[in-house]
Design a protein around this ligand. Structure first.
Ligand code: C2E
Ligand code: MG
Ligand code: MG
Ligand code: MG
Length: 276
């Protein structure tokens, strides 16, 4: 359901029961100490290979359980983290944490899986982002192909800057995906200009697949364009089998959504997918 709290409109969010802060300044003050107080955690959402129903990759999604106000939705706190610059420290923590899991899983002999992390524009565009990724991979001895960096079109504001960061990431060997594809205002020319591997079709298109012919046409076009450009396609927000049928019929290889799994705590994922 769409939550409407007086003058503030928050994005669609129904995964957990979430609370809200009385005001943004207070939220920022609490967020500032969230890492130190161990209030942040990472949930992982499995990505389903629609061609054979196997799971070989996950998306990392940040969760914040504040000691005073309880669960806060990323739709509420990510924009505050971004505006205040706190997203850099939080993002660094996520990169480290995800690489640490990879190391631990490798040592436990679990099968290799890729983990995608969401990178905010501020972090992506901060000097030395690629070197940071490189250092984290090295610290935990993680093969680069097990890390995926999700960016949005809003990260790609400057052509030269974007090209150089993406080229560095490509040289490292990590995967790069464009999240929420179709919702931005960028020119499609970036798809041929930049070394991108994956396109994630925004969940708003998936939600309306069966209700709207225009959405069908758009999704079909995104999938075939991606294939022609040699890109992998992931559908976000799959909630119904009819959506899967449509996506499979049109050769979309991967998808994630509540139909398969909600984002789950890391321990749950480990028990469910790795410990036999
Ligand atoms: P996103 O990266 O596009 O992530 C997908 C969102 O859709 C997640 O919401 C996920 O829980 C939700 N979702 C997954 N399957 C379904 C489904 O079947 N139906 C519906 N209705 N929703 C589904 P979440 O975790 O609340 O995150 C919201 C957004 O906050 C993310 O969108 C991303 O932009 C941002 N975010 C989350 N974690 C991080 C992070 O670690 N770093 C950064 N920079 N941003 C993050
Ligand atoms: Mg994402
Ligand atoms: Mg998305
Ligand atoms: Mg998003």
């Amino acid at each position: 359901s769409v939550k409407d709290h007086g003058r503030s409109h928050y994005r669609y969010y129904r995964e957990d029961t979430t609370t809200i802060f009385p005001n943004e300044a207070l939220m920022e003050a609490h967020l500032r100490r969230a890492i130190e107080f161990n209030e942040l955690s990472i949930h992982l959402q499995p990505q389903m290979d629609l061609t054979n129903n196997s799971i070989n990759s996950f998306e990392a999604l940040l969760r914040w359980n504040n000691r005073k106000f309880g669960f806060v939705s990323p739709a509420q706190f990510i924009p505050i983290a971004e505006a205040s610059g706190l997203i850099i420290e939080i993002g660094d923590w996520i990169i480290d944490e995800v690489c640490r899991y990879q190391k631990e899983w490798q040592m436990n002999g679990y099968r290799p899986v890729r983990i995608a992390i969401n990178i905010s524009p501020k972090q992506f565009r901060k000097e030395n982002f690629a070197r940071k990724i490189k250092a984290a991979l090295k610290k935990y001895n993680v093969p680069p192909e097990l890390l995926e960096v999700e960016i949005t079109e809003s990260s790609m504001t400057n052509v030269h800057e974007t090209f150089s960061i993406l080229t560095e990431l490509k040289q490292l060997g990590v995967y790069v995906s464009v999240d929420d594809f179709g919702t931005g205002y960028s020119s499609l020319s970036y798809l041929k200009r930049y070394p991108i591997d994956i396109i994630k079709i925004d969940q708003s298109f998936i939600a309306d697949i069966t209700k709207d012919d225009k959405n069908e046409a758009i999704i079909k076009a995104i999938i075939s364009m991606s294939h022609n450009l040699g890109l992998e396609v992931v559908a976000e927000g799959i909630e119904e089998l009819s959506q899967v049928d449509f996506l499979k019929r049109h050769q979309c290889q991967k998808g994630q959504g509540y139909l398969y799994n909600k984002p789950l705590p890391v321990e749950t994922i480990v028990n469910k997918y790795f410990v036999s």
